[in-house]
Design a protein around this ligand. Structure first.
Ligand code: F6R
Length: 361
């Protein structure tokens, strides 16, 4: 059941600290220096990989974009992220040096399964990141890592997104160690961030009332823009997807730097702009974009762990949490989407036209 929550989505948002603890349980050593992820693909093979191709749809695709930002620098490997429905294994790739990673909560998404089969046929090795034991993807892929989020009933993916990113961070450390590309400082920074994540997410959940109040002031808005850089960019895409699915309002996520190349024309006093201000150097640049939209009269909400130096009229304060802080921002924006939609009386757990698992191409 819904354990007293009005919707499964809200219950699942609140389950995130636990889901995250499960994702890392037994997988990080007590000194936060190494991981034990039980990856069956041979280490010799993992050392020889020169490109990882991630295939996924929807929210899982956003987790894939986040994963790229973790894997590329720390596992020193080229990562390309593909919408599964647009994927094709191309001739220019050496299948022996290409690892294809399918990210899929359900393990049953037709587009993702079909992309994975295409890669397998070409001779590439495949790895699934999934939530679902016994799902089709676990049979199709050469190897599986489970994200351990527990069952997700609400159509909008919430806890499975954060668990996918957490598991991608573990995979990053695993690959970085096997490939000897990860410094011990970077390993510790990532693993400490992972260990802090459940507590940081809990702190955001404890501030739900503030986020709900903010959401209530925007229920007349019909278009929302989300901007972010680096990992804040996939979080902007994901937060916009969440809002559009459950509120039926128009919402778009943009790379903050792209605003001035077109989307700025849409910005008016009627379009709230939500700025993900995580990762200091990225946030400093995004603040310039915030100024641009503020001067067009748009109301701005900045999501930040540093509201004092941020200087945005309205902020959601989140605890700082190292490289995974954008995940914490995402949780605040899940709550924002939920409360905007709930204020409008939308059928949050079963939005019109959508199904939990999409088994047709
Ligand atoms: C959005 C959502 C969908 C799924 C997508 C992929 O909230 O749930 O965009 O993320 O259909 O599903 P999986 O991860 O099961 O392959």
């Amino acid at each position: 059941g819904k354990s007293g929550y009005e919707h499964y989505m809200l219950k699942e948002i609140h389950e995130q600290p636990r889901a995250l603890r499960q994702a890392i349980s037994g997988r990080i050593d007590e000194f936060a220096t190494s991981v034990d992820l039980d990856v069956a693909l041979p280490e010799e093979y993992l050392r020889s990989v020169d490109e990882i191709q991630i295939v996924a749809c929807g929210t899982s695709y956003h987790a894939g974009l986040y994963a790229k930002g973790l894997l590329e620098p720390h596992a020193d490997v080229r990562v390309t992220v593909h919408l599964a429905s647009e994927y094709a294994f191309t001739e220019d790739r050496d299948p022996w040096r290409t690892l294809v990673v399918a990210i899929t909560q359900s393990g049953e998404t037709a587009d993702t399964l079909s992309a994975l089969r295409d890669a397998s046929r070409a001779g590439a090795r495949t790895l699934a990141l999934t939530n679902t034991l016994g799902s089709t993807v676990t049979r199709d892929a050469d190897d599986t890592v489970f994200i351990r989020a527990g069952p997700e009933i609400g159509v909008a993916a919430t806890k499975t997104f954060v668990s996918q990113v957490a598991t991608a961070a573990l995979l990053t450390v695993h690959l970085g160690q096997v490939r000897d590309t990860l410094t011990s400082e970077a390993a510790t920074e990532l693993l400490e961030s992972l260990r802090d994540l459940p507590g940081a997410v809990q702190q955001v959940l404890d501030r739900e009332a503030t986020i709900k109040r903010a959401a209530e002031t925007y229920t007349d808005s019909e278009a929302f823009f989300y901007i972010g850089r680096q990992a804040g960019y996939p979080v902007a895409l994901e937060s916009a997807l969440k809002l559009k699915e459950i509120s039926y309002d128009h919402a778009e996520g943009f790379a903050a730097g792209e605003l001035k190349h077109g989307p700025l024309a849409l910005v008016t006093p009627d379009t709230p702009v939500i700025a993900i201000l995580t990762e200091e150097a990225a946030a400093e640049k995004t603040i310039h974009n915030v100024k641009e939209v503020e001067s067009r009269g748009a109301p701005v909400i900045g999501v930040t762990s540093d509201p004092v130096t941020t200087d945005v009229a309205s902020t959601f304060e989140i605890p700082s949490c190292g490289p995974l802080e954008p995940v914490v921002a995402n949780v605040a924006l899940q709550l924002f989407a939920y409360h905007v939609a709930n204020e409008k009386g939308r059928p949050i757990d079963k939005p019109r036209n959508l199904a939990k698992s999409v088994t047709v191409e």
